[in-house]
Design a protein around this ligand. Sequence first.
Ligand code: FES
Length: 226
Amino acid sequence: MTKVPMVDIYISGKKYLVPSTLTIMNAMEYAGFQLKRGCGCRAGFCGACATVYRIAGNNELKVGLACQTKVEANMFLAQIPFFPALKGIYNINNLPPTAASIALYYPEIYRCIGCGSCTKVCPQNINVMQYIAHAQRGEIAQCATKSFDCIMCGLCASRCPVHIVQYHVAILARRLYSRHLLPQASHLKQRVMEIKEGKYEAELRQLMKLSSDELRIIYNNRNIEE
Ligand code: FES
């Protein structure tokens, strides 16, 4: 049996010896931590596991998702279980899909200095700076579609020198887009009624018996409504 090399990592300043093949999240559990916060899907989708780290001897402060980033020797770790960003509270029905609506809750978008830190740090490889430019110009559809893969991990905001909360801007754009600009799916009411009547119960039960891999295949091959 091949032996997995072990590496030292530091969690909250304390040293732990862990297998080098693990992700940060698995390494924390290997070290004995029970993760109740800062841990969700474990597959890079939910954005709950944003982590800040630094490798000894290197002054660069790095960030990543704990469930997707492999440990490295002499990694100093700190998790961000919750990013304390300012979040606008609004009634989407009363908000027109314009730049002014976004600026009302997130005026700091106009302070963007174009440094690109948000784009560089995004674990989803989204061009964050570009969708903020769309928000500034009131291009709601572009802002919404270009930020579609955002998982709300907050890493963009953690790096922004002018304190833009990019991921909240993006979700506001997506809400404005779907509430006011996209045509309503005509069959939606009908589908909701069918769900309430239990039409899909058997199918749901069947899905619940499948493994993650089987579910992933079905999800990736699903029909996406126009
Ligand atoms: S736990 Fe969901 S993205 Fe890492």
